[in-house]
Structures are given as C-alpha cells and as structure tokens.
Design a protein around this ligand. Structure first.
Ligand SMILES: Cc1cc2nc3c(=O)[nH]c(=O)nc-3n(C[C@H](O)[C@H](O)[C@H](O)COP(=O)(O)OP(=O)(O)OC[C@H]3O[C@@H](n4cnc5c(N)ncnc54)[C@H](O)[C@@H]3O)c2cc1C
Length: 453
C-alpha cells in the first residue's frame, strides 16, 4: 500500500487543531486535518457559543421576574422552537465554513478517526499516512458512567438540542456544565434535581460564593442532593427513576430526563496511542513545556486533550498557537500557565481569577481578604437582585491583588478588570485611584475594598 506523507497531520478541528493547521500551512508546510464529527469543534458547535445563545433567554426570564412587582405586567413566554432555530443560525453554518476555510488554505481534510500504526504513521480512510509531526487536538468527551440503566443518560450535546423544555430533569454532577444547564432549565420552568457524589457543587470555585449561588438556586426550586452515588436508572412510562445511595440507604427520584454532567475526559480512545508510544493518563496526553509528547517527539498535543490544559477555549487557542510556532520554528515557545479567568454562566455569573483563599494562604505570609454581600448596593437594588457578593484577595505585604472571585450579573465582564489588575501587579491603591463609569458593576469594584473581613 502506498503511503501518503505530510509535514503535519492534525487530529481534531476545534480551536486548538485549527490554529496549528493554519499556522503551519501559512508557513509553507504540507498539512492535513482529520475530524470524526462535524468540523468546527466543541466551543462553536456544542459548547460556549450555542450555550450562551440559549442562556440569554433564561437571563431575560429571570430579570423580568425580578422586576415583576415594579412595572412588568405580563411575563414573556418562550417559544423554544424559535429559540432553537435562532441558535442554529450560529451553529449550522460552522462545519461548512470551517471546511471551506481550511480547504481554501490548501489543507487536506479527512472525516474519520485516524489510528496510529507506528510512531510516525496512521491509518485513516483506508490509507496509510505518515507525517513528520502529528498533532493531537481531540478535546474531551463526557465521562462514561457505568451502572444499570446508564444508557438512558443524555449529555450536554442533547441539552443544547432539546426539542422542548422537559417538565422535570435530573443532572448527575454539579460542575460548571451541570450548574449552568440546571440553572437554565430551571429558570425556563423545568423542575430540576442535581445529584452529586461530593458535598458541594463547583469545588474549584470559592466556597463562600458557591454557597450563595447554591442557596439562590435552591430558593428558585432546584433540589440539590449531595454525598450521593447514582446506582441505577429505570425507564418508567413517562419518567426515568434514578436510584442513588445516600448515607448507606438507597433512595429514588423521578424526572422526564436524566443528564450526565459528571465531567469530561480526554478523547483518546480510538487513536491507538500505544502503537505510537504516546504516554497519557487520565488528565490527557503527557506533554513537556513545548506541548510535545514526552515519549514520542513526532507528536504534540494541545487544547483540552493535553495534560497541561484547563478546559477553556482561550487556553486551547493559546496552546494551538504555541504548537504551531514550535513546529514552524523548532521548539521556541514554552507554555507557561497564564492567568486564566473562568466563569459559570448562571445568573448571577460566578467568576474567578487568580488564587483562591487557600492557595493565597499557602503562598503568602499574610493576606488581606475583602469579602462581602453587596445585595444592598445600588446595582443589586435597581434589579431586585437578591444575590450579589465578592471576595478579593490581596497580598498584605505588597498590597497587590492576587485573587478575585465575583458573584454578579456581569461578573463575566468585570472579572476581566481583575485579570488586568493581577497581570499588571496592580495594588489596591492603584484600583482605588482610577475612575470608572457610573453606575456600573465595574465601579462597584472600588467599594469592594472598603471593608476587610
Ligand atoms: C457544554 C460546554 C460548555 C462550554 N462552555 C465554555 C465556556 O463558556 N467558555 C469556555 O472558555 N469554554 C467552554 N467550554 C469548553 C470549550 O468548549 C473547550 O475548552 C474548547 O472547545 C476546547 O477546544 P479544543 O480545540 O481543545 O477541543 P474541541 O473543540 O473539543 O475539538 C476537538 C475536536 O476533535 C474531534 N475528535 C475527537 N476525537 C477524535 C478522533 N478520534 N479523531 C478525529 N477527530 C476527533 C472532535 O470531534 C472535535 O471536533 C465548554 C464546553 C462544553 C462541553
């Protein structure tokens, strides 16, 4: 069999894979890319972008409800079919646009999962293909849960494509995907239950703020069941019955739909990594600071599937850029964990950047914590918002801000001011002397430094 050869073969057409492929072709290399699903990746097709299109309708419903006693006479009604059609205007063009964009650049496209057959060769679409560099940019897939009836579980792709809002739903897992979609469906009238094996949701976020968010969701009718392990799902006539083990006893809860939001794992299963001696573990492909496989120098991994990534779109793009540069210029760029803000897009948003309280305590001799509830501030009062809070962490010796955690309707935006402040090593004084727009959530930042915990 004749072997086709490329300088660079990319596996995965998300932000990470596309960035590498484009950098390499623009620098005169012969490039191919393969994807086993529609071209375009998770963010554009099954993640961030469609999620926020749908989510804004939940925000509108909630904001309207908050102002019901203050002049809103009729609650709006959601026509979900039209909402879905609107969302499709964002997702539907993506695969075709992505393919023609890559094609026009001269990149060869494959539509199947390749399998490694040696350290420098793969098998794809019935062909043997060799390459000087293989890039694994396959992202993550939902973690498989294994108990009786787990085949009935739906995942985040299904939530984004729901034909109608179910009357009731159970979410297994309260990470950010679970919390965001639980919030969304509950705000749209679905009776939501969240089951989690741990004792609280969103374990990587600040506890003080997570508790406030959880309480607010509970007040809106979301039922949280913690310290519980799902053991079985049974299909009834209209509902699914989920059994779970709680404090030694088996209990049950019923709903129209059950979603697996129990985390995502590296998408590496069909690749035959062993044949190419590509080291990996449960956090992904093991790479060095150049994002090159530690066990096969012909291979790089970037984006969610690399073990040096946090699963967020901006980081995947950055890693794709670094891998592209390293292939073109020969390992010149190292991946140094940048400061990355992250957001849970509930309403209010929960956003975080920099150190948590625990991390800061272990790193600095003394820290100052500015923490508070801001529900009686103007911004919250004008919206009838009953949850608005913050925690800002400062290195006491230098007065520099080292961590910021916000629970506010615009936290996804205001957290970026803290990202700039921390990146530029700004002090509390630097922030206080700045003038921001008023009234605004940005301006509230200055009031956050008024009282120390
Ligand atoms: C529901 C949801 C909401 C999210 N919301 C946000 C958000 O608000 N903000 C944010 O920053 N991030 C968000 N993320 C995360 C974000 O989508 C990812 O971090 C980002 O898309 C990762 O990009 P990537 O290029 O590494 O991988 P992906 O975009 O996942 O691309 C991987 C590609 O590889 C393909 N592939 C997989 N296996 C194979 C194989 N064996 N052979 C060939 N092709 C393969 C896949 O089909 C896919 O197209 C969200 C994710 C989800 C699931």
């Amino acid at each position: 069999m004749k072997t086709k050869h490329y300088d660079v073969f990319v596996i995965g057409s998300g932000i990470a894979g596309q960035t590498v492929a484009k950098t390499c072709i623009k620098n005169g290399l012969k490039v191919a890319i393969a994807d086993k699903r529609e071209y375009g990746g998770t963010c554009a097709l099954r993640g961030c972008d469609p999620k926020k299109v749908l989510m804004q309708f939940a925000y509108l419903m909630q904001q309207t409800k908050q102002l019901k006693a203050n002049g809103i006479t009729k609650m709006p009604k959601i026509d979900w079919k039209t909402v879905q059609e609107f969302k499709s205007t964002f997702t539907q063009p993506v695969p075709k646009h992505t393919e023609s964009d890559l094609n026009n650049l001269g990149i060869d496209l494959y539509h199947q999962s390749p399998k490694f057959i040696s350290k420098t060769e793969i098998f794809v679409e019935g062909k043997k293909v060799s390459a000087d560099n293989f890039i694994i940019a396959t992202g993550l897939v939902p973690r498989k849960l294994d108990f009786r009836g787990s085949d009935f579980l739906k995942n985040s792709d299904d939530i984004l494509n729901l034909k109608k809002i179910p009357k009731s739903a159970i979410f297994l897992g309260s990470g950010y995907v679970g919390m965001e979609f639980a919030y969304m469906l509950s705000t749209m009238g679905c009776k939501v239950t969240i089951i989690d094996t741990g004792e609280r949701p969103l374990t990587q976020f600040d506890e003080f703020l997570v508790e406030k968010l959880t309480d607010s969701m509970k007040n809106s009718g979301v039922n949280f069941i913690f310290n519980s392990i799902p053991t079985q799902i049974e299909k009834l006539k209209k509902n699914y019955k989920v059994s779970y083990k709680h404090e030694g006893a088996i209990e049950t809860v019923k709903a129209r739909a059950v979603f697996n939001t129990a985390g995502r794992v590296p998408a590496i299963e069909p690749l035959n990594l062993e044949k190419a001696n590509i080291k990996h573990d449960k956090s992904g492909i093991t790479v060095n600071d150049f994002l090159q496989s530690v066990s096969n120098k012909n291979v790089y991994a970037c984006g969610d599937v690399s073990n040096k990534s946090v699963p967020l779109t901006p980081l995947s793009g950055l890693q794709g850029y670094i891998v592209g540069e390293n292939i073109v210029n020969g390992n010149t760029k190292e991946f140094q964990n940048p400061l990355v803000p992250s957001v849970v897009f509930t309403y209010p948003n929960l956003a975080s950047v920099g150190y948590t309280e625990e991390e800061a305590k272990s790193r600095y001799k003394t820290i100052k914590i500015f923490q508070g509830d801001a529900t009686n501030w103007y911004n919250a009062k004008k919206e009838n918002l009953n949850v608005y809070a913050y925690k800002i962490i400062v290195n006491e010796r230098t007065q520099k801000i080292v961590g910021a955690h916000l629970l506010s309707p615009l936290a996804c935006e205001t957290i970026n001011l803290f990202t700039m402040a921390i990146n530029n090593q700004l002090t509390v004084y630097d922030i206080k002397k700045m003038t921001f727009t008023y009234p605004s959530y940005a301006n509230d930042i200055k009031s956050m430094f008024a009282d120390k915990r």
